[in-house]
Structures are given as C-alpha cells and as structure tokens.
Design a binder for this molecule. Structure first.
Ligand SMILES: Nc1nc2c(ncn2[C@@H]2O[C@H](COP(=O)(O)OP(=O)(O)O)[C@@H](O)[C@H]2O)c(=O)[nH]1
Ligand SMILES: [Mg+2]
Length: 257
C-alpha cells in the first residue's frame, strides 16, 4: 500500500453507500503534474477499488451481527479519546460497545479506553500496515476478530489522528463523525473540505477553553456550512462533560440499516 491520496479538488464524495460506488469512474484527482501521472492514477484506482470491496465485506459482517458502526475522525489531539472515555462512562452500562482504536504506534489510547465496559481492539498501522496515516477497510477488518461482534450494539472506530487521509477511505461504517477542537481555528473547513464534507456530525470540542481564546464560533460554523450545509453539530467539553449527552443521543440514533 503506497501513500496515495486523493486531492481536495472540490468534488463531493459520498461513501455512505459503499456498495453504490462506480468503481470504473473514481475521482482520483489530477496527477498530470507528475511524469508518473498515469501510473499513479492506475495504482490509486486499484487501491481505492480494493478498499471499497473490503468495506462492503465489513458492512456485510456488521449487518449480519446487527451492529451499528461509527467512524470517528479528527486532527491529532482534538479530543477523540477523551470524548470516548466520557461516552463509555455514559452509555457502556446500557449498550454493548466495541471500540476499534487506530493509532500509528502505541497502545496508549487503547489503554485509556480499557476498563470502561467496552471491548477494545487496537490497530497499530505501524505494525504491518506501513505506518499509514488513516485506517482503511482492511485495517478495520483485521480488528474485527478481536471483537465479539454478534454481542455488540455499537462499534466506534477511533481513526488515526489526521485531518485529510481518514476521510478518503470507507471502512463499512454507517455514519461518520469528527471531533473539532476550538483551538484549531475558524478556517479549517475551507482548507480541509474533504474531511468536513465526509461527515454527518461535527463535535465542536474544548468549549471550556473558549473564554481564553479568540476563536470566533459563528465564523467557524459559517465556514462549516459553506462546505457541508446541513451537517449536524454539537458543542462539547470532554473535560467538563458539557454536551456529551447530546453527542450520545446522536450516537443512539445511528442504526445498522
Ligand atoms: N480543555 C480541554 N482539553 C481537552 C478536551 N478534550 C480533550 N482535551 C485534552 O486534549 C488532549 C488531547 O486529547 P485526546 O483525547 O488524546 O485527543 P485525540 O488525539 O483526538 O484522541 C488531552 O490532553 C486531553 O485531556 C476538552 O474538552 N477540553
Ligand atoms: Mg486518541
């Protein structure tokens, strides 16, 4: 697997129905600036085609287990793991939760999520997956035998921290969400539109820090609406717990259908 990524060229990619993709007309970006352009496009098409076939296999396994699956993405440090700790404290007593924890190296985050009532399966992309900056469908598939899938209600995938690459790989999930920290600035939806368009929910986290920042929340929300009109948002502080119930209510509405 090489480090090939589709470029943010303004096109919208909807992976919510991975079976509906037209594999023969994939948007693989403009590689004409490279001498190796045609080769790059061919390799990229094959990588993405293989990924989508595996994503369909994952989706079939999720369907037969009757489990809902959310792909949670963000920049490094936006607060995915702390939000998931708060989430498990609230919902693991009443729902059977599995976590796929994606990191390049270490079990640090998987360790933080262990002991909170969820089954946790770690994928280190540095261990056999070339140290990739995202989870693809094959990596998620490698994590599934370590989860009691048929006994679970909901699987949450904590993707590798990265604001670009994870959005480009469907993994068979039913919904996609991202955590965005108010420390990241107002303009990132405009600079990283592929990620912000790929999700149905943006968790705007670390709102406890707002009094100490010059972050313009209204401007951020306007930029977000420019690239993804109608996307759901919830304001949270994973530190104080503010807004986490609203996030959990959204999670409860995700169905495997
Ligand atoms: N003040 C504040 N800090 C937070 C919040 N959420 C996460 N953090 C901190 O941000 C850092 C990164 O959080 P982490 O959950 O590891 O982010 P991840 O890399 O997206 O999984 C840690 O020091 C967290 O304690 C929040 O809502 N408010
Ligand atoms: Mg984390």
């Amino acid at each position: 697997m090489g480090r090939f990524h589709r470029h943010a060229d303004g096109t919208v990619r909807d992976d919510s129905d991975v079976e509906g993709h037209d594999h023969d007309h994939r948007d693989v970006g403009d590689h004409s600036g490279y001498d190796s352009g045609p080769l790059r496009v061919e390799v990229l098409e094959r990588i993405l085609g293989e990924n989508d076939r595996t994503a369909v296999a994952n989706a079939e396994d999720f369907a037969s287990a009757g489990v809902s699956v959310v792909n949670l993405m963000s920049s490094p440090g936006a607060g995915k793991t702390l939000l998931l700790q708060r989430t498990l404290e609230r919902i693991a007593p009443t729902r059977r939760i599995g976590i796929v924890e994606g990191d390049i190296e270490t079990s640090l985050d998987a360790d933080r999520l262990t002991g909170l009532g969820a089954a946790v399966s770690l994928v280190n992309t540095g261990n056999g997956f070339g140290g990739e900056c995202h989870l693809d469908a094959t990596m998620v598939r490698s994590a599934l035998p370590r989860l009691p899938l048929a006994e679970l209600d909901l699987v949450i995938i904590e993707n590798v921290g990265n604001l670009v690459c994870p959005a480009e790989f469907a993994v068979g999930e039913h919904a996609r969400a991202m955590v965005y920290s108010v420390t990241e600035g107002e303009e990132k939806p405009l600079k990283y539109p592929v990620m912000f368009r790929a999700v149905e929910m943006v968790v705007v986290n670390k709102v406890d820090l707002l009094p100490h920042l010059d972050f313009d929340l209204d401007l951020f929300l306007a930029n977000l609406a420019d690239v993804n009109p109608g996307v759901r948002t919830v304001l949270t502080s994973a530190r104080t717990g503010e807004g986490v119930d609203a996030w959990c209510a959204w999670l409860a509405g995700i169905t495997a259908g």
